[in-house]
Design a protein around this ligand. Structure first.
Ligand code: NAP
Length: 248
């Protein structure tokens, strides 16, 4: 594979939702996409097929981003197969919502481990290759609630606010090696993550969106595709908000 592939992209949580749309938005004849998911599900092969139908190629691997060991083996596979990493999109994320006083330790730990530590695990490893290459771009998926706060999501909000701070630190640290790091902060997006919200919670969210509709995974993927392109070469340490005006 090494000879044909000109651009290697890694997307975490690419099996469905926003991650799948990101894979599709970055697919192309010169690009190979490695994406992961966890735990095993039926959706990953569908994303691989969709990327292939879009004229690109993709490999999916079951990897828990919260496990530094699994992440290490995954990135070793990526680099051994293509010799490089051009774009890393840290998209994998979960919610375990509960009011603060009822939040269980495990709800807190799982969300921080997957959302924030997962982003750290993947970025730490990919950065080594990108620094050697003297180029690369890291895109972290945060959330509007990471800047606004949201009741019932103290764990998730802390993880997403952490991702924004992490992105800025990484941007400053890697800039001298021509490696950029930015965040995309989606608002209220139509995926399985939001499908389980009650009608009341959905209505409350929608009333805060000036554009009057939920976002689509494609709305978010378009911002990621821009950040991954040459057109964004002079952007680093930024947060791009994709939220229909929910936060200005
Ligand atoms: P989703 O539909 O629930 O998809 C989550 C993805 O993450 C799936 O591919 C899932 O894999 C993967 N994943 C979960 N735990 C993982 C782990 N431990 N290791 C590796 N992969 C794991 O979620 P989404 O709505 O597309 O959200 C994607 C990102 O956008 C998340 O970071 C989320 O916080 C953020 N976001 C979403 C919204 C929204 O309104 N939807 C708003 C703001 C931010 P499986 O398929 O194997 O489960």
């Amino acid at each position: 594979m090494t000879e044909q592939v000109k651009r290697t992209v890694v997307v975490t949580g690419g099996s469905r939702g926003i991650g799948r749309s990101i894979c599709l938005s970055l697919a192309g004849p010169d690009t190979h996409i490695f994406f992961n998911y966890f735990p095993a599900d039926d959706e990953a092969p569908k994303t691989e097929q969709m990327v292939s139908d879009a004229g690109g190629s993709a490999t999916s691997v079951e990897v828990d981003v919260a496990s530094a060991e699994d992440v290490k083996s995954f990135f070793e596979k990526v680099v051994s197969e293509t010799g490089r990493i051009d774009v890393l999109v840290n998209n994998a994320g979960i919610t375990r919502d509960a009011l603060l006083v009822r939040m269980k330790d495990k709800d807190w730990e799982d969300v921080i481990d997957i959302n924030l530590k997962g982003t750290f695990n993947c970025t730490r490893i990919a950065a080594k290759t990108m620094m050697k290459q003297r180029c690369g771009t890291i895109i972290n998926i945060a959330s509007v609630v990471g800047v606004m706060g949201n009741p019932g999501q103290a764990n998730y909000v802390a993880s997403k606010a952490g991702i924004i701070g992490f992105t800025k630190a990484v941007a400053r640290e890697l800039a001298s090696r021509n490696v950029t790091a930015n965040a995309v902060a989606p608002g209220f997006i139509d995926t399985e993550m939001t499908a389980s919200l009650s009608d009341k919670a959905k209505e409350a969210m929608m009333s805060q969106v000036p554009l009057g509709r939920m976002g689509t995974p494609e709305d978010v993927a378009a911002a990621v595709a821009f950040l991954a392109s040459e057109n964004a070469a002079y952007l680093t340490g930024q947060v791009i908000h994709v939220n229909g005006g929910m936060y200005m």
